[in-house]
Design a binder for this molecule. Structure first.
Ligand SMILES: NC(=O)c1ccc[n+]([C@@H]2O[C@H](COP(=O)([O-])OP(=O)(O)OC[C@H]3O[C@@H](n4cnc5c(N)ncnc54)[C@H](O)[C@@H]3O)[C@@H](O)[C@H]2O)c1
Length: 346
């Protein structure tokens, strides 16, 4: 097929093969080449997709007349590899988190703008039909004024040696919160602890204050017996639970709440009335989020439009993660393991 976007994938560990499968299946793209330092990873790719050229030296991809690359290597390598790809004139999709610090993220955003290239970050949940439905429900006012959002993403492992649980798991929740609330947090703080590897935080609680007095909490852990991926949104009218582990009924809207009755002299106090109404389960037309994401990357290149999870969005999420980490470090330095150090957004 002509006019296909010619792609290379760098990093074929756990996630890279999922990206390759989706780009291979999408008619608008052709996966020309795959790179990984580990040749056994490439053997697996070659067994499944014989036509893909493989190499252990990713710069070989720069001589293959590609249009774009996907960087699915460990986060510590994203900046150097992403920069190299952009400098070689390639549209670039970098896995999450885009980089491990704000400065590097800004440099990638500036470089992409300078070169007129698409830079996108793999915030897969922004392409998840349940999260999109959640955003619509909040925007429609069905829940009333939003009081707070509680996000939990916990399981047992997989421990990363060169990053902590915040950089590994929280990019998803931070990107979801920004997306569903349509706003940036004005204040970020965090606390957490390292139980298994020295100085590698494996449990963290991040607190975010959004405009309109909306509070959000993100609980991430590699040390939990159960796999939980749940977001609760509590509003003045209704409450909602999004359970990503649930195969079909991912969102439940509860007509539950507490109303304060007018002050009465006879009681000398405020009376509270509790509502216990119906539960609604919206129908969600679910397609694989990664497939939507891959398709969106190719279409953004074809139409020359900024993707939903653009480099700028990647930068905003990195800034928030960095603030959470500074807050953690501040707490550690002051030997206040349970105290919150607040970091103000600029
Ligand atoms: N969007 C999502 O839902 C999602 C899910 C899982 C992982 N990820 C992200 O994908 C990225 C990769 O994660 P993973 O779990 O696949 O890690 P992984 O360790 O399983 O795989 C990374 C691969 O990159 C290769 N690699 C490292 N440096 C390289 C280099 N210089 N050149 C070529 N190859 C190199 C390694 O050999 C390895 O095979 C991470 O950024 C992670 O956060 C995203």
């Amino acid at each position: 097929m002509t006019n296909q976007i010619r792609l290379g994938v760098i990093g074929c560990g756990y996630w890279g093969p999922n990206l390759i499968r989706n780009f291979v299946e999408f008619p608008g793209s052709e996966v020309v080449a795959a790179a990984d330092l580990d040749s056994s990873r490439l053997d697996t790719i070659k067994t499944r997709y014989n036509s893909i050229i493989t190499t252990t030296h990713y710069p070989d991809l720069f001589d293959m007349h590609l249009d774009a690359v996907i960087v699915a290597t460990p986060p510590a390598t994203h900046y150097a590899i992403g920069r190299d790809c952009l400098e070689h004139g390639l549209h670039t999709l970098v896995e999450k988190p885009m980089t491990l610090n704000r400065l590097d993220a800004e440099r990638l955003v500036d470089l992409a703008a300078q070169k007129g290239l698409i830079l996108m970050v793999g915030h897969t949940f922004e392409y998840n039909a349940a999260v999109r439905t959640l955003r619509q429900i909040i925007a429609s006012g069905t829940l009333g004024d939003i009081y707070y959002v509680d996000a939990i993403r916990v399981n047992l492992g997989l421990f990363q040696r060169h990053s902590n649980v915040i950089w590994d798991l929280a990019p998803h929740d931070i990107s979801i919160l920004r997306y569903i609330l349509g706003a940036e947090p004005v204040q970020v703080s965090a606390n957490g602890s390292a139980h298994i590897l020295p100085n590698v935080v494996d449990l963290a609680y991040i607190n975010l204050e959004f405009p309109n007095n909306i509070t959000a909490h993100v609980h991430v852990s590699w040390l939990n017996p159960s796999k939980v991926r749940q977001i609760t949104v509590v509003g003045s009218q209704k409450m909602l639970v999004y359970d990503d582990v649930e195969p079909l009924e991912k969102i439940r809207i509860y007509d539950k709440g507490v109303d304060k009755l007018p002050y009465t002299e006879s009681f000398g106090d405020f009376q509270l009335s509790y509502r216990y109404g119906d539960i609604t389960i919206p129908h969600i037309n679910f397609t694989e989020p990664l497939r939507n994401e891959c398709q969106h990357f190719v279409e953004s290149i074809i139409h020359g439009t900024q993707p939903q999870s653009s480099g700028y969005v990647g930068l905003q999420v990195v800034k928030i993660l960095e603030m959470a980490e500074q807050s953690l470090n501040g707490a550690a330095m002051q030997e206040k393991p349970n105290g919150y150090i607040t970091v103000h957004n600029q």
